[in-house]
Design a protein around this ligand. Sequence first.
Ligand code: ADE
Ligand code: ZN
Length: 328
Amino acid sequence: PTLAKFIHGLPKSEYHVHLEGTLEAEMKFALAKRNGMNLPFADVAAMKASYQYHDLPSFLAIYYDGMKVLQKEPDFYDLAYAYLAKAASQNVIYAEMFFDPQEHLKRGVTMADVIGGITRARRDAESKLGIRSQLILCFVRDLSAESAMATLDAALPFKADLVGVGLDSDEAGNPPEKFREHFAKARANGLKVTAHCDVDQTDTLKNIRTVLTDLKVDRIDHGGNIVQSTELVAIAKERGIYFTVCPTFSGTLRRTEKMPVDVVRAMLDAGLKVTISSDDPAYMGSEYIDGVLIRAVDRSRLSKAELIAMTRYGFEAAWLPEADKAAM
Ligand code: ADE
Ligand code: ZN
């Protein structure tokens, strides 16, 4: 078959997708209407044309502004169901999805509505579409440590609907150790832990070291700069760490390199366990996992064997009981 058909046919998983980053412009208009809000864009095309960013902070400003239309339980249901339907249509059979509740609580939305809407969509998508999923609560790292702790406390009554916690948003000035207690408490409550280490951030290697050795994460989101340290690569291998890489957003190391380095290629060459995800597809050309993988084959010179190996890592990485993993 053609490459596109081959990729489409692979049973896939996704571990790095922000639900709020799957909020398509069309749905933004629909939710704004339902919630009686006005958006400062004439139409979908004008809204999409405003998605211009050049680094993590400029991306985040657009992303946080966009999610303000999410107000009520059915909004979170619609958001999650639309992503799961899209993913299922591309043969994703399992997904672990991030969400950023702090941003919604700020607007007066309750944790029950956020987690409740998403959980209802997860159940419906599993029974109607056959796609299984779990939910990872992300701390927004540029908000205060107190806000993150209050959010964790508000979420713990719903911990049966969560599989883990993560760390996202602006890394500059917000090193992982700011969340040491939060991660320990999450773990004590039976949750898994992961953290974003976006490429080419300030103190990137120091932060990768901290998440590996101090926060003791189970996975790393992005993490491409690790290839610049043989010592950290060895630690990650020793610990069997999986990396959730999103080439659309964090596909190249530039800042400290003479020549741009392709992240997926370099990580595979270093022997690391790489899985590929779509991150924030609504803001990244509405390209979902099939498109991301097709592009990755070309830009990272992936062999078929590597594609298949990454597909397999994609299921080994699941935060599921071993028996369930084997069944996939
Ligand atoms: N929030 C949503 N997408 C993100 C990303 N790729 N990095 C950090 N924070 C995010
Ligand atoms: Zn991300």
